[in-house]
Every structure is written in C-alpha cells, then in structure tokens.
Ligand binder design. Structure first.
Ligand code: ZN
Length: 90
C-alpha cells in the first residue's frame, strides 16, 4: 500500500497536485507575504504551482489576493518570482 500524498489546489490553474510540487504563499501574522518552501510558516496560505507562469496568473487574476484576503506588494511579488524562478530569473 502506498501512502496517500496530500493534494492541494493551485489557485491559478485550479489543478490538484501533490503538495510537494506546489509552493505555498503565506501571509504571516505580521502581515508580510512570503514564499514558503517548507510548509511550516505560520499564517494564511495559498498554493500555487512551482512555476512563475502560475504565480503571475494567480496575482493577475486576483486569485492570490482573494485567497490571502489582502493585497500583495510588488516587492513581495518580485521576491517570490525570484524564489520560484530560481537561478534563471534575470
Ligand atoms: Zn498552477
């Protein structure tokens, strides 16, 4: 028997994926928007695929803002894009 891996929904493409293949964007209790790779950051979170296209779509469609119930500062967006994009981001 294989252990069932929890699935989460990407707020951009609405696909359901294995939790490990998604990134979590979290609004911390301090009100900061951070990218959580470990799944351990406290706060309200929303899942997106680990690709910049899905993240941008989530921001552009306001899906992320709705999920986190707040606006997302452009510095946070840029920082998260860098984290998702890894080494090849600019
Ligand atoms: Zn997605």
């Amino acid at each position: 028997m294989q252990k069932k891996i929890p699935q989460r929904q990407c707020v951009a493409c609405r696909g359901h994926f294995d939790k490990r293949t998604l990134g979590r964007v979290v609004k911390t209790p301090e009100g900061n928007i951070v990218f959580d790779k470990t799944g351990k950051v406290n706060g309200r979170g929303a899942y997106v695929c680990l690709n910049v296209a899905c993240f941008r779509k989530a921001v552009k469609s306001n899906a992320l803002q709705r999920a986190l119930e707040c606006q997302i500062p452009s510095e946070a967006i840029e920082a998260i894009e860098r984290e998702i994009g890894g080494n090849d981001a600019g």
